[in-house]
Design a protein around this ligand. Structure first.
Ligand code: ZN
Length: 367
C-alpha cells in the first residue's frame, strides 16, 4: 500500500482505516464515545484507542492525533501508516505503543480546530481552580476578529483596523501571539481555552492514567499541522532548554527540537497544552513529550482561515447562514486546506518524518 493511501478524505474514512488496520494487527481496542455532540453527517463521535503490547510494559510510546480536530487528517494518516507500514512491528519488546486516534472527534468530523464547545483543546489542560491567564492583547482585537459580515463592509473595516493594530504592536509575530496564545474570556472567540475541562480533556486523562499506570518511561508525540514551512515537521517541546525533559527530547529526537518556552518554536508559548497534562496523570513516570507540528500554508492565510471558521459558527450560522451556502462552503474549504495539504508529496514527507520520530522514540525508551 502506498503511503498516501493511509490518509483519508473524511473523518469517517479515517476512523474506518485506523480501526481496520489496528484490528488486523491484533491491537487491543477501545472507543470513547463523546455523548455531547454528533458528527457532521449525524454519526457517532468517538476517540479510538489501540494498544500494542501488554499492560505490564515498563516503556510506553503514545501517539495522539486530532487534538485540533481536523489536524487529524495529518495525524490519523501517520498512525494508520505506523500500523500498516511496519513501524509498530519494529518496536523493542520492552515497549508498548498506545495510539489515541481523534481525541477531538467533533472537530475532525466538522472540519474545525475546536471542540463541540468552541474550546481549543490544546489550551484546555490547566487547573481551572486557579486564576485563569490573561491575554489583554487578544481582548483588544476580539471584536475585529469577529466582524458583522465576512464578505462586506464590516470585514473590510475590521481588516483595516487589524492592519493598523499589527503596525502599532509589533507585526505578525505579535498578532500571532495575541490571537493564538490562548484566551479564557471570550467563549465565542478564537483559541478559547474554556472555563472547565472539556469532554476530550477528561477522556484523554482517563486513557493516559489507565494505560500508563504500569509505565516507568513514557514517550509522547502529539501530531499537529498548520505552522511552519510546508511539509516540514517541527518537533516542539513545552519545556525550557536545560530542564531534563527538554534535554531528553533533544537526545532522542535531535537538535531540531525547539521550545515554545524560549521563542525557538514557530508556536507561541501556549497555556494549557495537552502534553503538559501527562506528568500530572502519571506522577511516577519519566515523561518525554513533543508536539510534532507540520507546516501547511503561510501564517497570515492560516490565521485568516481559522478566523473565518470561527466567524461562520459564531456569527454566520447563528444569523441564519446555511452551511450549504457558497460562503460557508468557501470558508470550510479554506479551513480544511489550512491544516491539511492534500497532495501525495506532502503526505509522503509527513509520514517519513513521523515514522523516523517513532523509531527514535523506541530507541530512546529502550536505551
Ligand atoms: Zn494543532
Amino acid at each position: 500500500m502506498g503511503i498516501p493511501q493511509y490518509f483519508s478524505a473524511t473523518s469517517t474514512e479515517a476512523r474506518q482505516k485506523f480501526l481496520e488496520a489496528a484490528r488486523t494487527a491484533g491491537a487491543a481496542l477501545e472507543s470513547h464515545v463523546n455523548p455531547n455532540a454528533r458528527g457532521a453527517e449525524g454519526e457517532e463521535l468517538a476517540a479510538d484507542v489501540a494498544r500494542f503490547g501488554g499492560m505490564e510494559a515498563e516503556n510506553l510510546f503514545i501517539v495522539v492525533s486530532g487534538t485540533h480536530g481536523n489536524e487529524g487528517f495529518c495525524g490519523s494518516g501517520c498512525q494508520t501508516g505506523f500500523i500498516g507500514d511496519g513501524v509498530i512491528d519494529a518496536r523493542p519488546q520492552s515497549v508498548a505503543v498506545l495510539m489515541i486516534h481523534a481525541i477531538n472527534p467533533y472537530g475532525f468530523s466538522h472540519i474545525r480546530r475546536v471542540t463541540e464547545d468552541n474550546v481549543d483543546l490544546n489550551r484546555n489542560f490547566r487547573d481551572f481552580s486557579t486564576p485563569l491567564p490573561e491575554n489583554p492583547r487578544y481582548a483588544e482585537i476580539h471584536d475585529l476578529l469577529l466582524p458583522s459580515d465576512w464578505d462586506g463592509p464590516g470585514r473590510a473595516t475590521a481588516d483595516s483596523a487589524l492592519k493598523a493594530w499589527r503596525e502599532a504592536n509589533g507585526g505578525m509575530k505579535a498578532y500571532q501571539a495575541a490571537v493564538a496564545g490562548g484566551q479564557y474570556v471570550f467563549p465565542d472567540g478564537l483559541f478559547f481555552g474554556g472555563r472547565k475541562p472539556t469532554w476530550s480533556n477528561g477522556a484523554f486523562r482517563a486513557i493516559v492514567r489507565k494505560h500508563g499506570a504500569g509505565a516507568k518511561r513514557v514517550g509522547v508525540i502529539d501530531i499537529h499541522s498548520g505552522l511552519g514551512p510546508m511539509g516540514y515537521g517541527e518537533p516542539l517541546s513545552i519545556i525550557p532548554p536545560g530542564a531534563p525533559a527538554f534535554e531528553r527530547a533533544r537526545a532522542w529526537w535531535g537538535d531540531a527540537v525547539t521550545s515554545t518556552a524560549d521563542g525557538t518554536s514557530k508556536s507561541p508559548p501556549v497555556t494549557g497544552p495537552l502534553i503538559g497534562s501527562i506528568e500530572e496523570s502519571l506522577p511516577g513516570a519519566e515523561v518525554t513529550a513533543i508536539g510534532l507540528e507540520y507546516g501547511t500554508i503561510e501564517l497570515p492565510e492560516l490565521l485568516d482561515a481559522l478566523r473565518g471558521d470561527n466567524w461562520l459558527y459564531a456569527r454566520g450560522i447563528t444569523s441564519g447562514l446555511s452551511l450549504d451556502s457558497a460562503l460557508a462552503r468557501d470558508i470550510k474549504a479554506k479551513v480544511r486546506d489550512a491544516l491539511y495539504v492534500d497532495t501525495d508529496e506532502w503526505k509522503e514527507k509527513v509520514y517519513a518524518r513521523a515514522a523516523d520520530f517513532a523509531l527514535k522514540a523506541f530507541r530512546g525508551l529502550s536505551a
